[in-house]
Ligand binder design. Structure first.
Ligand code: C5P
Length: 289
């Protein structure tokens, strides 16, 4: 019996990189928000772990974080069964949208079901944190404050859903390299998450769009001029209401009108543009057959 799972992407509405920690990771204060752009994972019983993906360029097998999630579950819970995991990829890689983490999160949730492991959310979060800093958020999703490496979560209120668009310049940014660029940047910005949290709770989308911020924005835009070019067009079309997500390069536009989205598509032909809305879950079942 195969089961299918939606693995939703995230955006960081605010991302403050507070500083470098002794363990080499960075301390964060971030406002995570799930969006209704998702990969679809289909899981079925097999003898070994097999991971395939329908998008060329995404690693299959052990190089995929979903494979590592399955291997971790097998090792920790002494599972002898396997699973065939098929990933229908829609979240672009290297965009700061958490695509790989979403697939790992859906694998943990889906195999917990398929293998009937009986793990609760807290146990899934702990396992997720071993795979990547934002995997715990990708499991539960919705709206949350992330601290620590991003793995310590506090749910936040959102009066949404609210519309948003994601503009993706045709480039991929690697996370570890982005942190190195940030470390070398002389005057890091430290956006305050509080105004965005208040705006989310009140459902005040214009106020939310004025409260966005990301410590990575300046150091990454300095390396990747396409980002500033796209931002200039977004400002001209929709005003000053965009922010880079994660370590880039995706740009999030809060509450654009349909006319603004179609103008963005016209004026940014080199960018992929997704328009949809915020979501209140991370991983959820799609169908059972
Ligand atoms: O946790 P994750 O595997 O997603 O992190 C990828 C890389 O990003 C880490 O190896 C680290 O260099 C960097 N990172 C960081 N601080 C964080 C999260 C990630 O320095 N809070």
């Amino acid at each position: 019996m195969a089961t299918s799972w939606l693995a939703r992407a995230k955006v960081n509405l605010v991302l403050d990189v507070v500083g470098l920690r002794p363990d080499g990771y960075h301390e964060l204060r971030t406002v995570f928000q799930s969006i209704d752009l998702s990969d679809v994972l289909t899981l079925e019983p097999a003898t070994d772990i097999e991971v395939t993906c329908d998008l060329p360029g995404i690693p299959e097998g052990p190089g995929n974080l979903a494979f590592r999630a399955a291997a971790l579950l097998r090792e920790r819970l002494r599972v002898t069964r396997g699973a065939r995991i098929r990933i229908h990829k829609r979240i672009p890689a290297g965009a700061g949208l958490g695509g790989g983490s979403a697939d790992a999160a859906a694998t943990l949730v889906g195999l917990n079901d398929l293998w009937q492991l009986g793990l609760g959310t807290a146990e899934l979060h702990d396992l997720g944190a071993l795979l990547g800093s934002d995997v715990p958020f990708m499991i539960s999703g919705g709206t949350a404050i992330g601290t620590g490496r991003g793995e310590i979560l506090t749910p936040a209120a959102c009066a949404g859903p609210f519309p948003l668009a994601v503009v993706m310049p045709a480039l991929a940014v690697g996370t570890a390299g982005a942190y190195r660029a940030l470390d070398a940047w002389p005057a890091l910005s430290h956006p305050d998450p509080e105004p965005a949290l208040a705006a989310l709770a009140a459902g005040d989308w214009p106020a939310l769009s004025r409260s966005l911020g990301n410590s990575f924005a300046a150091p990454i835009a300095a390396r990747e001029p396409e980002i500033d070019d796209a931002l200039a067009v977004i400002r001209a079309v929709a005003g000053d209401r965009a922010v880079m997500s994660g370590s880039g390069a995706a740009l999030v536009v809060v509450a654009p009108t349909a006319a603004q989205v179609s103008e963005l598509r016209q004026r940014l032909p080199a960018c992929a543009i997704w328009a949809g809305s915020s979501a209140s879950a991370g991983v959820s079942p799609l169908t059972e057959n």
